[in-house]
Design a protein. Structure first.
Length: 533
C-alpha cells in the first residue's frame, strides 16, 4: 500500500509570508527556534526570509543551516532591463547560504505592464535567466507565480507562459499563488487542471491566502487537480487574513482517507503528535492567546459540554469525534461546567488519573461544589488545573505543603505629584512550612507581580520544585454577579517541561483573586513534580 502512495511536499513560509502579519516581528532567536521546530516536525521546505531585505534575514543566511528540511531563501527575479550579473538583489540571493531559492515573479500581464513597467517578453526572460542563474549556482529553484489565478483569468496563455518558462529553465517547482486570496476552490481546481497539461503536477505547488477563509480548501482543491506541493504557515499566520494553515492541513492529509490513502508526507505519525505543542509554541512566542477553537489543536477542538453527550463519549468516543485527539497531541475534554452531568466529572477524574467509584458520594459532592463555585464566577472549563486541585482536595489527596500566614501589599507614590514621581509596589509574604516560618519581601511592577515574586522567592524545601515555573498569561475579568462586582483572575503557567496549565481565583478584591490563582498554580506544580508533603 505505502509504496503506491505519491509523495506530497510541504513548504513552510511562516518566517517570510507569516512575518508580514500585523504586529509580528521575529527576532533572529525566534527564527532559529521556529526553524528548528519546523524541521523537527518534518516539513520539507523551510523558507527563512528575504536575504538582503533586512539585517535579520541577511544574518540568518550568513551561515549554512544543518537541517533535514531544505532551507530556502526568498527573493525577486532579476529586475527588467538588467543582466543577472548586474542586479544587487539577485546577487544577495545567490550568495545566501541556502540550498534552495524561491523566486517570486509576476504572472499577471496587467501587473507586468503597470507595476513592472516592462514588456511581457522581458518578464519571461527575467524568469528564465534568474532560474538558470540559481541553477548554475547549484541551488534547487522554486518560482512563485504571483497573482497566478487572477492572471490566468485575465490572460491564460500569458500566465501559463510564465509557469512554463520557469519549468523549462529548470525550476523544480512552479508555485501557483493566489496572492489576493479571493479565488474560490472550484476555480482553483479548474485552473490547476488546465495547468497540469503544461507543467507536470509533481512540479506544481499551491500558495493560498485566506481572504475568503478558504485557503486550506483551496490548497486541497489544487492537490485534487494534481499539484504536489502545499505552501502554508503555522497557525495560518500571514498578512490580512493569513495564509493556508499547515496546522490544519497536516492532520487532514494524514488522517482523512481521501488524502492519506493517496499521499505520503514528510511528517510521521510520531511527529504529528507534536503539532499542538508546535502551534502553542508559536503563539507563545508571539505573545498570543492560542485560539481555543482552532481545528485539531484548539482546547475546544475535542471538548464536549452537554451531559448527555458526555456519557456517550465515554462509552464510544468515535461517535462524537472525527479523529482521535491524541494523533495531534490533543486530548478529549469533557467540560466540567454548570451543565455538567456526573459522567463529565467521572471522565475528567479518570483523565486526571483519580480512581473513584462512580457511585462514590464524593463525586456528587464535587459536582455540587463545582456548580456552586461556577455560580459565583469560577471558570473550571478554562482553569483545568484548579479543577484538578478542587477534585484532589475533595478526594483527600493534596498534601499540605505550606500555609500562608500573612501577606501585605503596599503601593506608594514617591516624590512630587506629577513630574518625577514614581509608584513603588512592595509585597511581604509569611510562609509556614512545617515548623519553619519564612518571610520574603519583594518589589514588583504592580501588586500582583510583587506578591508573585515575594511568594516564589523562598519556599524553603519546595523552592527547587518551582524553579522552572513561569507565569505566561494573566487575565482579569470583572463579573457582575448579583449586587456586587467580583473579579475573576485566570493565570496561565508553564514549566520546564513545556506543560501549560490554567488556574482561577475569584474575589471582590483583585489581589485576593490573583493570590488564589497564584497559589493554585504553585500547588499544582508541586503535585505534578511529586514534591513530598
Ligand atoms: Zn503570499
Amino acid at each position: 500500500m505505502a509504496a503506491e502512495r505519491e509523495r506530497l511536499y510541504l513548504f513552510d513560509t511562516t518566517l517570510r509570508d507569516g512575518a508580514q502579519t500585523n504586529g509580528v516581528d521575529f527576532t533572529l532567536t525566534d527564527k532559529f527556534a521556529i526553524i528548528r521546530m519546523l524541521d523537527e516536525l518534518g516539513i520539507d521546505y523551510v523558507e527563512g526570509g528575504y536575504p538582503g531585505a533586512n539585517p535579520t534575514d541577511t544574518q540568518l543566511f550568513a551561515e549554512p543551516r544543518m537541517l533535514n528540511a531544505t532551507f530556502t531563501a526568498f527573493g525577486m527575479v532579476r529586475r527588467p532591463g538588467r543582466s543577472t550579473s548586474n542586479d544587487p538583489g539577485l546577487a544577495a540571493l545567490l550568495d545566501a547560504k541556502a540550498e534552495a531559492i524561491c523566486f517570486v515573479a509576476k504572472s499577471w500581464d496587467y501587473h507586468v505592464r503597470v507595476a513592472l513597467e516592462t514588456t511581457l517578453e522581458e518578464n519571461l526572460a527575467s524568469i528564465r535567466d534568474s532560474v538558470k542563474a540559481a541553477k548554475d549556482k547549484g541551488r534547487e529553484v522554486l518560482l512563485d507565480c504571483e497573482h497566478f489565478f487572477d492572471g490566468y483569468k485575465a490572460n491564460p496563455s500569458y500566465a501559463l507562459a510564465c509557469a512554463k518558462s520557469a519549468h523549462e529553465a529548470g525550476a523544480s517547482w512552479v508555485v501557483l499563488c493566489d496572492t489576493n486570496g479571493g479565488t474560490l476552490p472550484h476555480e482553483v481546481e479548474a485552473i490547476v487542471r488546465e495547468v497540469v497539461k503544461h507543467v507536470p503536477g509533481d512540479h506544481l505547488g499551491i500558495h493560498a491566502h485566506n481572504d475568503t477563509e478558504q485557503a486550506v480548501a483551496n490548497s486541497f482543491a489544487a492537490v485534487r487537480a494534481g499539484a504536489r506541493q502545499i505552501q502554508g504557515t503555522l497557525n495560518g499566520l500571514g498578512e490580512r487574513c493569513g495564509n493556508a494553515n499547515l496546522v490544519s492541513i497536516i492532520p487532514t492529509l494524514k488522517l482523512k482517507p481521501e488524502y492519506a490513502d493517496k499521499f505520503e508526507i514528510g511528517v510521521s505519525d510520531e511527529q504529528m503528535k507534536s503539532l499542538l505543542r508546535v502551534s502553542h509554541d508559536l503563539d507563545e512566542r508571539l505573545n498570543r492567546w492560542p485560539n481555543r477553537h482552532a481545528p485539531y489543536v484548539g482546547d475546544s477542538a475535542f471538548a464536549t459540554k452537554a451531559g448527555i453527550h458526555a456519557s456517550a463519549i465515554v462509552k464510544e468516543p468515535k461517535t462524537y469525534e472525527h479523529v482521535e485527539p491524541e494523533a495531534v497531541g490533543n486530548h478529549r475534554r469533557l467540560l466540567v461546567s454548570d451543565q455538567a452531568g456526573r459522567s463529565n466529572v467521572l471522565a475528567e477524574l479518570e483523565r486526571i488519573g483519580l480512581k473513584v467509584d462512580k457511585n462514590d458520594r464524593r463525586v456528587a459532592r464535587l459536582l455540587d461544589e463545582v456548580k456552586e463555585r461556577e455560580a459565583v464566577g469560577y471558570a473550571y472549563e478554562t482553569a483545568g488545573a484548579s479543577f484538578e486541585l478542587l477534585a484532589r482536595r475533595m478526594l483527600g489527596t493534596v498534601p499540605k505543603f505550606f500555609d500562608i500566614s500573612y501577606f501585605d501589599v503596599k503601593v506608594e507614590q514617591r516624590g512630587q505629584n506629577g513630574h518625577g514621581s514614581e509608584v513603588l509596589t512592595t509585597a511581604v509574604v509569611k510562609v509556614k512550612i512545617g515548623d519553619d516560618t519564612l518571610i520574603s519581601a519583594a518589589e514588583g511592577n504592580g501588586p500582583v507581580n510583587a506578591l508573585d515574586v515575594a511568594l516564589r522567592k523562598d519556599l524553603g524545601k519546595y523552592q527547587k520544585f518551582i524553579e522552572g515555573l513561569k507565569l505566561t498569561d494573566y487575565r482579569v475579568r470583572i463579573l457582575n454577579s448579583g449586587t456586587e462586582a467580583v473579579t475573576r483572575v485566570l493565570i496561565e503557567s508553564e514549566d520546564e517541561t513545556g506543560e501549560h496549565w490554567t488556574t482561577v481565583g475569584v474575589s471582590p478584591n483583585i489581589i485576593d483573586a490573583s493570590f488564589q490563582a497564584l497559589m493554585d498554580s504553585i500547588v499544582y506544580k508541586l503535585i505534578k513534580a511529586g514534591a513530598p508533603a
